[in-house]
Design a protein around this ligand. Structure first.
Ligand SMILES: NC(=O)CCC(=O)C(=O)O
Length: 265
């Protein structure tokens, strides 16, 4: 399974520019015939201009249409980052996934909103975890801040995912958290983590970290971007999970009943 990660330098509040970047980068990425394209968090508008309702896509319709047509025209699966999706006056931070025919395969609304930036004041949280099977491989979706919650990824792993896709808009100021967390989630769960961050400037002159990465279930970094806009390619071989589990099967060694009890004082 070949993946292409589009580490976009998103222009804040400028969807037309960002849509043009998407088309340009998707065309370049398709030269290597990937099976899946992954986009970053809130790629149409950035993370995020205010008031977000003025920039949100009504029912995600325009962005779904763009992503669906792109998927069908290149016959590629697309994990479409996220879009600001207005349902009435409520805005969700929503990831749409399309299969190679352009059919909507999954919809995930970001569940952990980033309270330090006020995201929880401006967006509505989703309430469900989502998996999706792409080319026969079961995958999970997390968005940015979700990666700080190991229970969240573990639930997806208990639902038997092999790959976690992570669209993000993560700042450079916490780059070492990003690098540590994405690698830890891969190692502790013995899954591939494919993480797509934004590059460039966000709101209030915040630098986004870039450093999108593709990490294997042993924690090896198969590919890692720098800070600039770029396309990162990597090849996931799901069979490696079987080899790793033959050496060390952490899921099988869990003491599940202990984790449901309270620690003794
Ligand atoms: N877009 C986000 O969820 C930001 C998360 C973040 O910056 C963090 O440190 O966590």
């Amino acid at each position: 399974m070949k993946v292409a990660v589009l580490q976009m330098a998103v222009a804040l509040g400028e969807p037309q520019k960002n849509i043009a970047s998407l088309y340009r980068m998707a065309e370049a990425a398709m030269e290597d015939r990937p099976d899946i394209l992954l986009l970053p968090e809130l790629w149409p508008v950035g993370f995020y201009p205010q008031p977000i309702l003025d920039y949100a896509d009504a029912d995600g319709r325009q962005m779904r249409d763009i992503l669906s047509k792109l998927a069908a025209s290149y016959q590629v699966n697309i994990v479409g980052g996220t879009v600001a999706n207005a349902i009435g006056k409520q805005v969700f931070n929503t990831c749409y996934v399309f299969d190679r025919t352009g059919q909507l395969a999954a919809t995930y609304h970001k569940t952990h909103l980033f309270t330090p930036s006020g995201e929880a004041d401006d967006f509505e949280p989703g309430n469900s975890l989502v998996t999706v099977t792409l080319d026969g491989v079961k995958c999970g979706i997390a968005v940015c801040y979700d990666i700080r919650f190991p229970e969240f990824t573990r639930q997806l792993v208990l639902a038997d995912i092999s790959v976690l896709f992570l669209p993000a808009a993560w700042p450079q100021a916490r780059l070492f958290h990003w690098q540590t967390l994405i690698r830890a989630r891969a190692i502790e769960n013995q899954i591939f983590v494919v993480a797509c961050n934004e590059a460039g400037l966000g709101p209030h002159d915040t630098m986004l970290a870039g450093h999108s990465a593709i990490i294997d279930p042993w924690g090896e970094i198969l590919a890692e971007a720098g800070e600039e806009e770029c396309i990162l390619q990597g090849n996931l071989r799901p069979a490696i999970r079987t080899q790793i589990k033959e050496t060390m099967d952490v899921l099988a060694d869990r003491r599940e009943t202990l984790y449901q009890s309270k620690p003794k004082k």
